[in-house]
Design a protein around this ligand. Sequence first.
Ligand SMILES: [Mg+2]
Length: 114
Amino acid sequence: MSFGYAIINNMERVQNEIEKFNKERDWDQFHSPENLAKSIAIEAGELLECFQWNNNYNKENVCDELADVFSYCFQLANKLKVNPEEIILNKLEKTRKKYPVEKAKGTSKKYTEL
Ligand SMILES: [Mg+2]
């Protein structure tokens, strides 16, 4: 089992911890799909900020912001009642078709330019 799949398999525990955290604070009321989507983008901005001006990033800060992004992504998936593993694998299958290996290997071109 690769590292990535191990992460997905432990997501139920993470989901439960996030739910518990929010329930204790009565924060679910603020977590509309729109607010969660905005929060993902905001946290992604904070993640980018870790690399602003140079590449001498602080790994702990990067991990904290990455965790915030993951956390909101999982909360949005939960709110939409979709399984993160399933939607990631479904999207990967779509992307696989857009970027067939024989055309996409070793190039960063967009699928429309392959
Ligand atoms: Mg943050």
